[in-house]
Design a protein around this ligand. Sequence first.
Ligand code: SAM
Length: 306
Amino acid sequence: MKDNCNREIKHIRFSVTSNCNYNCIYCDREGFIPKTTELSVDEITQLCRILAQVLKVTKIKFTGGEPLLREEIVEIIRNVSDLQLYKDISMTTNGVYLFEKAQDLFDAGLNRINVSLGTLKPDIYKKIYGSDSLEIVLKGLQKAKKVGLIPIKLNYVVLKGINDQEINDLVNFCAENEFILQLIELHKVPRSISQDNAFYDKYYFDVMPLIEEFERKATNIEVRGNMQNRKVFTLPNSAKVETITPGHEFCMGCTKIRVGCDGNLFGCLFRSELGTNVKEALKNNHSLSMYEKIVKQVVDTREPYY
Ligand code: SAM
C-alpha cells in the first residue's frame, strides 16, 4: 500500500508495552502515549495477521517501552512467527533481559535484535539510561549472538558532551564482535510528548562531519533506499556503521507504519495524534476490506515532512 506521496509501506513497528525499566534521557516514547489498556496477546496476533494481509508487508519490529518487560513476549513472537506471514521479525530492546530470554526468543521465531547501547563506560551508561546494567547488557549481547539473533545492531544515539567521544571505541567494539553500529542523530521528541526542546538544543550533536569522514574512509557504501535512505558504511577494520539522520532524506525514504501498545495505528513518529485506534474494531470481526479502509486512511495521514 502506498501513501499520498507514493511511499510504499514496507514494514511495521509494533509497541507491545509502554512499560519501561529505563529512564533514557532522550526518550521519544516511540512517538506516543497510550490512551487505553494494552492489546492482549490475541489482539496483537490478530492485528499482525491483518496488517500483513492488508499491507502485504513481511517485516515487523517489536518495540516498547521495553518489549522484554511484556510478560508474554515469547508467546507473542511465537504467535506472530506461526502466522508464517513475516520473513523478518526483529526487536529493539535495552538488552537487560536478553541474557535470560535470548534462547527462548530465538526458538520462538525472533530473527534479530537492535540493542540500545551508546557507551561502553558504566558511569556514562548510568547517565544516559538511568541504569547500572551495562555488564548484564554486554553479557546479553554475547548470548544473543551465540543463539543466532543476528545481525545484531547497536543503537548509538549521539549526545553532545556525553558520548560523542566514544565513536572510535564503539566502532572497534562492533568490528571485534561483528555487530553493526547504528549511529543515530538525536531527534526532537514528538509534539504529543513534549513541547520543550531545551534538551535537544543542549545535547544535539551534528553527525554530518562523522558521515563525511566515513565517506572518505569507507571501503564500501550502501544506501538502504527502503529504510529512510540510510547509508551503511563498511570501514577498513570491517566495522559496519549505519547512519540515521532525521530530515528530508529520512522522511522521503520512510516506509514504516507504527502500532502503539494500545492499538493506535499511526503513520509517523512525529504525528501519533493523526492515528486511529483499532482496539475496538478488533472485537468486531471486520472483513479484510473494512480493515483496508481503516489502514488506508491512516497511511494517507502521512505527510512529506511532518
Ligand atoms: N526500550 C527499547 C530500547 O531501549 O531500545 C525500545 C524503545 S526505544 C524508544 C527505541 C529506540 O528509540 C532507541 O534505541 C533509540 O535509538 C531511539 N530513540 C528514542 N528517543 C530518541 C531520540 N530522541 N532521538 C533519537 N533516537 C531516539
